[in-house]
Design a protein around this ligand. Structure first.
Ligand SMILES: [Zn+2]
Length: 269
């Protein structure tokens, strides 16, 4: 592969360019995570939405159960918060240790575990299994994030955090305001994401910069945040649907953050 900053050839799995010192891990992780998010869309589409009839009357984590809209959003928000708290905890506790791990092996483990987690999360109709699947995405990603954060430097991380938080809040408000508009965006977003990832692969082969595709993919994930929130509000209110929606939103927000971090990390050099 080639350094997107200076064009020098670098061995795959290297976290830094030997020629210019640009951090490469953020871009690699962003590309892989976008591909995983696209895969989630296909896995989710082929798994039928939980029918409202036949739901458990008494709330039990081993069987899906109906909840009120308020409780649905509480479970969704709580699951999302759990993911981010786990990530922050991981970065604080193991950030330095994680940066010593072989990055190539971490990446492979992340992709395998996260893909398995996505399959379990989207296919299972039981809240407990969907939550296990969610954690298979969140925890390995936390390890990857802690390495990216160690590489990027405090300034880039702070900027990424602030922009992501502000943009996410804005998109959720917009989606609440115009849910019908966002709910229709699904096929457009998936098409745009797949096209941009294909373009990114081509750029990668021709040693070109990722600046523009990073902006485009960041915008697509802004759309996905709005879309997934609108879609969550239209789904039947069950515990399993709340956890599945949280997993989709988590991936959208992290993908947005990774694109911002990738462009910030490069600008530093
Ligand atoms: Zn370079």
């Amino acid at each position: 592969m080639y350094c997107p900053n200076c064009g020098a050839e670098v061995r795959s799995g290297e976290r830094f360019c030997q020629n210019c010192g640009a951090p490469l891990a953020a871009q690699q992780a962003a590309d892989l995570s976008a591909a995983l998010r696209a895969a989630r869309e296909f896995s989710g589409a082929s798994a039928a939405a939980a029918p409202m009839e036949g739901l458990s009357e008494t709330p039990s984590l081993t069987q899906d159960f109906a909840v009120t809209r308020e409780r649905f959003n509480l479970i969704l928000g709580g699951t999302l918060l759990w993911g981010f708290l786990m990530n922050i905890l991981f970065c604080v506790l193991f950030g330095r240790a994680a940066a010593q791990l072989p990055y190539g092996a971490v990446t492979i483990a992340y992709v395998i575990l996260a893909f398995t987690g996505i399959l379990i999360n989207t296919r299972s109709q039981k809240p407990i299994w969907s939550f296990v699947g969610y954690n298979l995405v969140v925890l390995p990603l936390g390890l990857v994030l802690s390495i990216l954060i160690a590489d990027a430097g405090a300034e880039a991380v702070r900027e990424t955090f602030q922009i992501t938080a502000a943009v996410t809040t804005g998109m959720l408000l917009l989606s609440n305001w115009k849910p019908a508009f966002f709910a229709r965006m699904g096929p457009c977003l998936l098409g745009a994401l797949l096209l941009t990832l294909a373009a990114e692969l081509a750029l990668f082969l021709f040693q070109r910069s990722f600046e523009l595709t990073n902006v485009i993919v960041a915008l697509i994930f802004c759309g996905y945040i709005g879309f997934d929130w609108a879609r969550a509000q239209q789904r039947p209110c069950t515990a399993d649907n709340a956890i599945d929606s949280a997993c989709a939103l988590y991936l959208d927000i992290i993908n947005l953050a990774m694109r911002i971090l990738a462009s910030r990390s490069r600008r530093r050099d």
